[in-house]
Design a protein around this ligand. Sequence first.
Ligand SMILES: NC(=O)c1ccc[n+]([C@@H]2O[C@H](COP(=O)([O-])OP(=O)(O)OC[C@H]3O[C@@H](n4cnc5c(N)ncnc54)[C@H](OP(=O)(O)O)[C@@H]3O)[C@@H](O)[C@H]2O)c1
Length: 283
Amino acid sequence: MEQITFWNGVTMPQEGFGVYQITDHAEAVRTVRTALECGYRMVDTAAAYRNERAVGEGIRESGLPRGEVFVTTKIWVQDYGLEKARAAVDRSLRELGVDYVDLLLLHQPMGDWPGAWRALEEAYRAGKARAIGVANFYPHALMDLCLTVETKPMLNQVEIHPFFQQEKALALMRELGVTPQAWGSLAEGGHGIFAHPVLAEIGRAHGKTAAQVALRWALQRGVAIIPKSVRRERLEENLAVWDFALSPEEMGRIRALDVGHSEIVDHFDPAFVRMIHELRAHD
Ligand SMILES: NC(=O)c1ccc[n+]([C@@H]2O[C@H](COP(=O)([O-])OP(=O)(O)OC[C@H]3O[C@@H](n4cnc5c(N)ncnc54)[C@H](OP(=O)(O)O)[C@@H]3O)[C@@H](O)[C@H]2O)c1
């Protein structure tokens, strides 16, 4: 397992796991414990997933020392603005039952995110977060952020998979020194990814599945990944991507699968923006 080093020197495992849509408390605790048993050492949650408490419990039940598990959480739009985001940081730490998180992100570039970013900078300076970053910051928003803040983000978590490769966004992140991390690295199951003819054929040549090829492709582009599964066998499958390499020819074949846009969300759709503002991470 490779580690990725942020511009501030903090390291993060290049592969972790996500817990989006695992809303049942017991299932979330069990998934975290199982993933840590499988060998994962990085977990991605968010206030909006409403499972931070379960994530904290799962980590404690694993018996692993706190310092061995890299924990990411995200502040939701409902809590943006300096004062509210300050309180939200403390709320997330309380829910998780930790003194600090390894990475603290703004979940969306909407609402008063400049105010919220100042709360993240404060949390970073106070040692409540070892690193801070953003999610879903498309290139224009990422550039705007980097030009206007005191502490630049260490990471940007955006949708990336073989059908939405985000070449330009990655180039900008490289230029700005911001680590890219993919959400939806399995396209949330879209595009028939698990039986995709190109990915499956490449996989057969390596004794791997289409899912493993998609994950390996991301790793070879220098992208961090956090695939999600509630099933042990899939968690194991998704972790078994460190013992093979795709050739330049295979990487080229996957490059041709890009459709150039998301079929999961449209951040530029006013209805989506309204939905984000209406979604509640807590009462
Ligand atoms: N920042 C953001 O706005 C944002 C947005 C979305 C996600 N995320 C983060 O990124 C993480 C990953 O993204 P995601 O959960 O949206 O989607 P994903 O990882 O692309 O796909 C997850 C889906 O694939 C299935 N799956 C996983 N491994 C599989 C395998 N080897 N074979 C067949 N099916 C498999 C899972 O089902 P089972 O669970 O039933 O196995 C689940 O339905 C999230 O959990 C979350 O932490 C962040």
